[in-house]
Design a binder for this molecule. Structure first.
Ligand code: B4P
Length: 193
């Protein structure tokens, strides 16, 4: 089983690359951003709280995210080829929680870090904002999300450098080129297992 933590700043291409990995390797895809947007779409009280956090570019609290991940991992079918964790973990506390959950279920994961220059992140998210209708794809919120990323999320890369399999990818290139780099890592790691 191959579990991949797809990591990177907002707009680094986690969602984009996840789709390609799913098509090629038949892995399951868990996008915490999508889970949260689905909750918002229900119009529930919880969804309203999540909406106000995301619209301002803030992270949803760790304890709320823990339930999502725990339910997901506990419900994984036995024959599953693996999962792409897209957008989780986003804080060191989430990384610690994921490590212990994976251990509990005798699973492991490798981290692929999509490294993209800040100016390019902003350009991509502004472009996506023209069609996505997402409340968080506007310049002020994008800047805040990138600051939150540096402050709360980026330290996770150091956590995985110390505790797990960490692989950096140059995400500044086109979609196919980035995917080629990811395929090389997945194929090499599968051979080494
Ligand atoms: P997410 O939905 O995870 O999304 P994202 O970080 O905004 O974008 P992603 O990296 O997936 O970029 P994409 O492929 O779309 O998070 C949204 C929000 O949810 C967070 O800000 C947070 O508030 C909340 N949240 C989610 N998970 C959480 C957690 N665990 N804890 C707390 N809060 C959480 O790419 C962006 C654009 O670039 C696209 O338009 C794409 O077409 C383009 N693009 C991608 N790769 C490209 C390439 N190589 N070349 C050119 N263009 C490219």
């Amino acid at each position: 089983m191959t579990n991949i933590i797809l990591f990177g700043a907002p707009g680094s291409g986690k969602g984009t690359q996840s789709q390609l990995i799913v098509e090629k390797y038949g892995l399951q895809h868990l996008s915490t951003g999508e889970v949260l947007r689905a909750e918002i779409a229900t119009g529930s009280e919880l969804g309203k709280k999540i909406d106000s956090l995301i619209s301002e570019g803030n992270l949803v609290p760790d304890d709320m995210m823990y339930g999502v991940i725990e339910n997901y991992i506990a419900g994984l079918p036995k024959h599953c080829k693996g999962t792409i964790f897209d957008g989780y973990p986003r804080t060191v506390a989430q990384a610690v929680a994921l490590t212990s959950l994976l251990k509990k279920y005798k699973l492991d994961a490798l981290m692929i870090d999509l490294m993209v220059d800040e100016q390019l992140l902003i350009q991509r998210l502004i472009e996506r904002g023209k069609v996505s209708g997402r409340a968080d794809d506007n310049l002020n919120t994008i800047r805040h999300r990138i600051a939150v990323y540096h402050d709360q999320t980026e330290p996770i890369a150091h956590y995985y450098l110390r505790h797990g399999n960490y692989f950096a990818v140059n995400g500044n290139h086109g979609v196919e080129d980035v995917f080629l780099q990811i395929k090389r890592i997945i194929d090499r790691e599968a051979k080494n297992k």
